[in-house]
Unconditional design. Structure first.
Length: 280
């Protein structure tokens, strides 16, 4: 009888969970490297809109030059179907050259240009990989403090330059040696980057590393050996993140509405809530 009751309760919880994720407040989206290609960006936006995300994360390179307000004006005009219902958080890319102009257009971003937000029980840590990240630097010290503070929570990293990539910008920052050990040590769930205009997912020490600079920049070829690569695609597109039953479902789409990759990771607090309810 107890087993049957547990089964019924779990089924009810899963039903509630799926009902919850169908609401607009649960879904997030990710894309990167628009680079003033508003034709492709418009397609990305139109594909994302039907998912009704509450939050949109961008991996940087909003514009190509980064030093003209008009480029940002065009970007936000293109983004308008999303900005009417979603918060927008962006990392600072190498093409986002003017920090003052970037902050003027993204007042929700911390003035340091590296910051942390919590959405749907997930801690999102956004770095500025154009700034110093060597041990002892202010940003590195800040990062370690956040990783320590939230080590019992689900952490997702966003920064422009990738840690692992088969594209032409692979390893140029040395993040495979600098950041990967930190992410493994503190149990980071996933890392989203751009800079290389490809889709690629790599896995090391159970950390999912996703590079998707597919929102407008000219697409790149596979040119570098990446020992941790799981999947590589040369495509434009975007990512939708949907919480389902204590996990975050991550789905990458191209602009033909095809799923090019899918994986998930645990949302620790929600998984614990479900398990506690089942065990009561």
């Amino acid at each position: 009888m107890k087993i049957k009751l547990r089964t019924i309760l779990l089924a009810a919880l899963l039903t509630c969970s799926f009902a919850y994720v169908s609401s607009a407040s649960a879904i997030s989206a990710y894309f990167s490297d628009c680079q003033s290609n508003n034709t492709v960006l418009s397609q990305v936006v139109q594909k994302i809109v039907p998912f009704h995300p509450q939050t949109v994360f961008i991996g940087g390179d909003i514009t190509y030059s980064g030093n003209r307000q008009n480029d940002f004006d065009v970007f936000f005009t293109t983004m308008q179907p999303l900005t009417t219902e979603a918060e927008i958080f962006s990392a600072f890319g190498n093409h986002d050259r003017d920090k003052g102009l970037f902050l003027k257009n993204f007042p929700q971003v911390d003035s340091l240009t590296y910051y942390c937000v919590e959405r749907d029980s997930v801690i999102w840590i956004i770095l500025n990989t154009n700034m110093k990240l060597a041990p002892g630097s202010p940003q590195y010290i800040w990062l370690v403090s956040k990783l320590q503070t939230y080590r019992d929570r689900t952490i997702v990293m966003i920064h422009h330059h990738p840690v692992f990539s088969s594209g032409p910008h692979s390893y140029e920052q040395g993040f495979d040696l600098l950041l990967a050990p930190l992410y493994s040590k503190y149990g980071v769930a996933a890392v989203f980057s751009g800079h290389d205009h490809i889709y690629e997912r790599s896995v090391k020490d159970s950390v999912q590393y996703v590079v998707f600079g597919g929102a407008g920049g000219q697409l790149y070829e596979k040119v570098t050996r990446n020992n941790y690569s799981i999947l590589f695609r040369r495509t434009h597109g975007f990512i939708i993140l949907t919480p389902v039953s204590g996990r975050m479902q991550v789905t990458a789409y191209n602009l033909d509405d095809e799923i090019i990759d899918q994986f998930s990771f645990v949302i620790k607090s929600k998984a614990e809530q479900i398990e506690q309810a089942v065990n009561q």
